[in-house]
Design a protein around this ligand. Sequence first.
Ligand code: AMP
Ligand code: MN
Ligand code: MN
Length: 320
Amino acid sequence: MNKIAPHLDGVATVGIAGHVNPDGDCVGSVMGLYLYLTENYPKLTVDVYLEHVRPEFYYLKKIEDVKDSWDGETKYDLFILLDTSSKDRIGVAFDAFEMADKTICIDHHVSNRGFANENHIVPDASSASETLYELLEEEKITLPVAEALYTGIIHDSGVFQYSCTGPRTMEIAGKLMAKGVPFAKIIDESFNQKTYVQQQILGRTLMESIRLMDGKCIVGIVTKKQMDFYGITKKDLDGIASHLRMTKGVEVAMFVYETGIQEYKVSLRSNCYVDVSKIAAEFGGGGHIRAAGCTMNGNVYDVINNLTYYIDKMLKDSDD
Ligand code: AMP
Ligand code: MN
Ligand code: MN
């Protein structure tokens, strides 16, 4: 796919969505495309779907248009998914996607096998927002579109520090900045700022973390009981895995939190040489080389033991 425009020929209705538990790149790319289409193609009827959007993204224009469920009827000529690596990650818009006449997926996950009619997957891109930018006409990118895309890029690149950041990421960020994006405000409000309880659970997890394999692996755990005590949800735990990764000497950080009876969500991060997407894939998950995730069953010790087996193996393989 070169540009999005030819795919709109003969199309009257468009649905747009991202993945479950939407992160900054998901919200940024979905809203970027929604704003681009509504501002440049006024004859199109466009609906946008996302699961609960966190308040830190409320500065995005028309965020109030987001629907969190499908009406069970509306059939779209075209449905576009962003940042969504597999069908089971679609969530609230799954049925609308299945019912649509034509589907497109714009993504950057290496694990994406191409489940839509048309798939535009660029694993080298920092984010789905960067991938989307390349499909748009530069002169049609208004300030609200630029704000959304900039949001997506800074979130998935960790404000231009993760290895997914490339020269092109910086060029695109520069072009968006030239459109007047209030970059310092966006970085601070949507990325840096945390609520007091978020800081507390982060601090507690770091304090109670354990190191394994000569300090090359670090493990952080949050139980359901702790989440109830602080009155927090899974969204408040974002960023803890990345903080664990920053520990000197650590190659792999593992962050595990309880999501149900004998069920844990796992976030994996690595620094230099371990491909954590391979470890996540062993347990039915996926992601990227330096950031991946999966959901696992069993008690917390089973979960950690099963993961450390692979991590240990990969650390040893890289010693050879
Ligand atoms: P997280 O650790 O949840 O922040 O996710 C890190 C990366 O792994 C993100 O790019 C996610 O898209 C991906 N990821 C997380 N959980 C899963 C999963 N269960 N299946 C596939 N990909 C996942
Ligand atoms: Mn995402
Ligand atoms: Mn992404």
